[in-house]
Design a binder for this molecule. Structure first.
Ligand code: TXA
Ligand code: MG
Length: 308
């Protein structure tokens, strides 16, 4: 694809107006959310959605999450039963994505769902993203990184990954949660966790085991990957490793010196980006507990460490 000049602008009223104009022209825009930065396009605009796939180098079998203002906007796109309605009421706005049957005539570009009969919807708790949705309607947005690489939690991460491939980055500062949304599929009364994320599974009170036959096509074994090999559960590191610490393991930089999993989730991608840029030959990560947000952190680290 043609190289373009990538501009980063502050997410103030002027920047938001610039982003709205670009989205209306069908151009993808990188935008802040409370989880990670997204690469947004108007969900109804098939050409704009195709540009998102092209900019990321994303395989077209991997569908996108559509971001909505609230449950009422979601109801124009999907069919939600009692369980989904309950989850929306309890967790929206916030980092919970629900995969639900796509409504006939929803007006979502086919490429968004990659042809699947279900659509992933999420209501972001971020004023900038909400302002954009209010102006242009539902926004399809994957994380704003080149396909398979680390997710971005700052505008600088987006620029490092997509410079020259997109026109505009809206800089809203670092993302507060720092790890992607939890994804749950709801099929009648069956609920399945497709991706652990910023809402801990314990809070959802659903089983962590995915129901057979339901998957998120993007959850490939190798994903969220820095350039170097990654070694997990490492209380110590060798000289050629950048050591990411946690709790009592100080490392070269720590996810959380006090062992706070919320802080660790918020810092995870930033430290992986830092480790990647450090020039170290390899990356080692201290042991992380498995409860609460530890499950989502572990999921991302396992994919970062997977053979490619
Ligand atoms: O926090 C987040 O969810 C961020 C922000 C930008 O909202 N978005 C994000 O998008 O992480 P992405 O594209 O990087 O990851 C979305 C995941 C992929 O694994 C994809 O396969 C899955 O959601 N997914 C999307 N639509 C789906 C569908 N209809 N059925 C099953 N899985 C779906
Ligand atoms: Mg992603």
């Amino acid at each position: 694809m043609n190289r373009q000049t990538t501009q980063t602008v502050a997410a103030d009223a002027h920047g938001i107006a610039q982003a709205v104009a670009a989205l209306r022209r069908g151009e993808p825009v990188a935008v802040p959310t409370e989880t990670v930065y997204g690469l947004a396009a108007v969900a109804a605009d098939g050409d704009a959605v195709a540009r998102v796939y092209a900019a990321k180098g994303r395989p077209v079998f991997n569908p996108l999450i559509v971001h909505v203002a609230d449950a009422a906007m979601a109801a124009t796109l999907i069919d939600s039963g009692a369980i989904a309605a309950m989850l929306m009421a309890r967790f929206w706005p916030g980092p919970l994505t629900l995969v639900l049957p796509l409504r006939a005539g929803a007006g979502v570009a086919r490429l968004v769902t990659a042809g699947l009969p279900a659509l992933a919807v999420r209501c972001p708790a971020h004023p900038v993203m909400q302002a954009l949705i209010a102006a242009v309607g539902p926004l399809a947005a994957p994380s704003a990184n080149a396909s398979g690489r680390l997710s971005p939690t700052t505008a600088a991460h987006v620029a490092a990954s997509l410079d020259g491939r997109i026109g505009l980055i809206l800089d809203g500062g670092p993302c507060s949660a720092g790890i992607e949304s939890t994804i749950v599929a709801v099929d009648g009364t069956r609920v399945a966790l497709l991706r652990p994320g910023a809402v801990p599974a314990e809070a959802l009170a659903i089983s962590a085991a995915a129901a057979p036959g339901v998957t998120a096509p993007g959850q490939l074994a190798s994903h969220y990957a820095p350039q170097q090999p990654v070694r997990l559960a490492a209380p110590t590191a060798s000289a050629d490793e950048f050591h990411i610490g946690f709790g009592p393991v100080a490392g070269d930089a720590t996810l959380s010196a006090t062992g706070d999993l919320i802080e660790a989730a918020a810092r995870l991608f930033d430290l992986l980006h830092l480790a990647e840029a450090s020039g170290a030959a390899r990356i080692a990560v201290a042991p992380i507990p498995q409860h609460g947000l530890g499950a989502a952190i572990e999921d991302r680290l396992r994919r970062a460490a997977a053979a490619r």
